[in-house]
Ligand binder design. Structure first.
Ligand SMILES: C[S@@+](CC[C@H](N)C(=O)[O-])C[C@H]1O[C@@H](n2cnc3c(N)ncnc32)[C@H](O)[C@@H]1O
Length: 369
């Protein structure tokens, strides 16, 4: 068969879709280096680390097509990067790293005020895929691993981290530092000690303040202040009071400054309240949503729910053994295990039946566009 020579563009979006959907593979550190090399062009470490993987991908592609790889092209020119909808601005005002990145809520907020993420880390496969498609970077994985910490660029301005909160939350078992999810603060400590960002910006459940009679928060604050020499400010903010989002979501925000890099740190103030003009009804989808969100007649909760949920177009709250109408016009705190049922799950009764919130609605209640 004749061997042809053509210039290919190799779609990274297709690559990560295939890999994510495959039963055998997962998005890994190689995909993270490759995507970061396009998104953070001035960090040569990313290209160096990605180059072997990138070359192997191109070789396989040419081999599959039985065509010859031209020798005169730069490896990275063969790729078309992910066409992500949420990009940082060209000349960012500051840069940050996005730890415990989830699907990128922290990142979106920081991008909106002129920041650029120069690295991200998240280990949950679906969150990684969502994040990659939204922002163009496959996050690096488990931050407790040294190879993942090594991927962090030497210098960046702000460390952002909504570190896991189940270990401290009232809804969880409140094990704190004795739960591996609570220990992750010590990984943040190591990264701060190595990289000395100007600012450390952390978010957690409000209960972090009172967990273990205040000892957990005391340890966090002491480490930041006394071991790492940062100045710490903290405040509990609520999305319905500070973000015009109709969800009752109280979170503690911890902002720590390195005074040698931020001499005017004392001017920092937490935001003041703004009026809540959005209501639940602005965020609930109109009309029938996909069948899978409705409770079927055979669902074990159905008779109970059906008795209690009489008004249409209303939000209810599933409270372990009963359901009550939500009259506050504000959604209760969304939790990580909502899809699995459990405590305080919001339910909607619309003209088609009783249903859970859709992912779109959950995103809206979290303030995403
Ligand atoms: C409270 S959520 C943060 C959500 C995020 N702020 C957002 O805007 O979507 C914590 C995240 O940390 C991730 N996580 C937990 N342990 C991790 C680890 N060892 N390495 C990387 N990510 C981890 C979880 O999968 C979860 O998505």
């Amino acid at each position: 068969m004749a061997v042809k020579s053509t210039i290919h563009k190799f779609s990274i979006e297709e690559l990560i879709k295939k890999k994510h959907q495959s039963k055998k593979e997962q998005l890994d550190i190689h995909d993270a280096y490759l995507t970061h090399s396009f998104d953070v062009e001035n960090e040569k470490k990313f290209q160096n680390k990605a180059s072997e993987y990138a070359n192997a991908l191109i070789d396989v592609q040419f081999e599959n097509e039985n065509s010859k790889r031209p020798q005169n092209m730069n490896t990275f020119d063969y790729f078309s990067p992910i066409n992500a909808p949420f990009k940082s601005k060209r000349n960012p005002d500051f840069n940050f790293i996005d730890l415990f990145a989830g699907v990128g809520g922290f990142r979106l907020a920081m991008q909106n005020i002129g920041g650029k993420a120069v690295s991200s880390s998240e280990f949950e496969p679906n969150a990684k895929f969502t994040y990659a498609r939204n922002y163009g970077q496959v996050p690096f994985g488990d931050i407790t691993k040294e190879e993942i910490k090594d991927a962090i660029p030497a210098k960046f301005d702000i460390l952002c981290g909504g570190f896991p909160c189940q270990a401290f939350s009232i809804a969880g078992h409140r094990k704190g530092f004795s739960d591996t999810r609570g220990n992750l603060f010590f990984d943040i400590e190591k990264i701060v000690a190595t990289h000395r960002p100007s600012v450390v910006f952390l978010e957690n459940v409000k209960n972090l303040l009172t967990h273990d009679h205040g000892n957990t928060f005391r340890v966090i604050k002491e480490i930041l202040e006394e071991k790492l020499n940062y100045v710490v400010k903290e405040q509990v903010l609520n999305s319905m009071v500070h973000a015009n989002v109709p969800q009752n979501r109280e979170r503690i925000f911890i902002v720590a400054f390195d005074p040698s890099q931020v001499p005017n740190y004392s001017q920092f103030e937490f935001p003041t309240p703004i009026p809540l003009t959005n209501t639940i009804h602005d965020l609930l989808e109109k009309g029938k949503v996909a069948d899978k969100y409705y409770y079927s007649k055979s669902h074990m909760y159905y008779p109970e729910l059906d008795k209690s949920m009489t008004s249409k177009d209303t939000l209810y709250q599933w409270r372990r053994i009963y359901v009550r109408e939500n009259k506050s016009n504000v959604c209760p705190t969304l939790t990580a295990n909502m899809g699995a049922g459990g405590h305080n799950v919001p339910l909607v009764r619309d003209e088609f039946g009783i249903r859970k919130l859709t992912p779109r609605e959950c995103f809206s209640f979290q303030g995403y566009p």
